[in-house]
Design a protein around this ligand. Structure first.
Ligand SMILES: [Zn+2]
Length: 117
């Protein structure tokens, strides 16, 4: 079954948003990410896949979709050593940005606008 992501529009541009990870039509997880279309960067904060669907490539496929935007640089939040080992095993086009979040002023402005500083 194909893995897909369902992206609800963010409340304001560059705000944190949660995409649903779907396997066929079923919701099997979600991913939290901030995307700035001005700076063309994505900062991935968290990914969760239901235990029943782990170790089947779902997480890897979902991540490939997250980082598939052409011309965007994709980073992650700071990683614990165990998490970093996981991330280094999955496809990541900019390994130097693993654990080095590339937040921007627009993402900070979005947080202020939402009152979640
Ligand atoms: Zn920006």
């Amino acid at each position: 079954m194909p893995v897909s992501l369902a992206w609800p529009p963010p409340p304001v541009s560059a705000a944190p948003q949660r995409a649903e990870i779907r396997l066929g039509g079923d919701l099997v997880g979600d991913v939290d990410v901030r995307v700035c279309d001005v700076c063309r960067r994505a900062a991935l904060e968290h990914i969760r896949v239901d235990a029943a669907h782990r170790r089947r490539g779902v997480t890897r496929e979902a991540l490939a979709l997250v980082v598939a935007w052409p011309g965007y640089s994709s980073s992650t939040t700071v990683l614990e050593p165990e998490a970093e080992a996981f991330w280094r095993r999955v496809f990541w086009p900019t390994p130097e940005l693993l654990g080095t979040p590339q937040w921007c002023e627009h993402m900070a402005e979005a947080e202020s606008a939402l009152g979640c500083e």
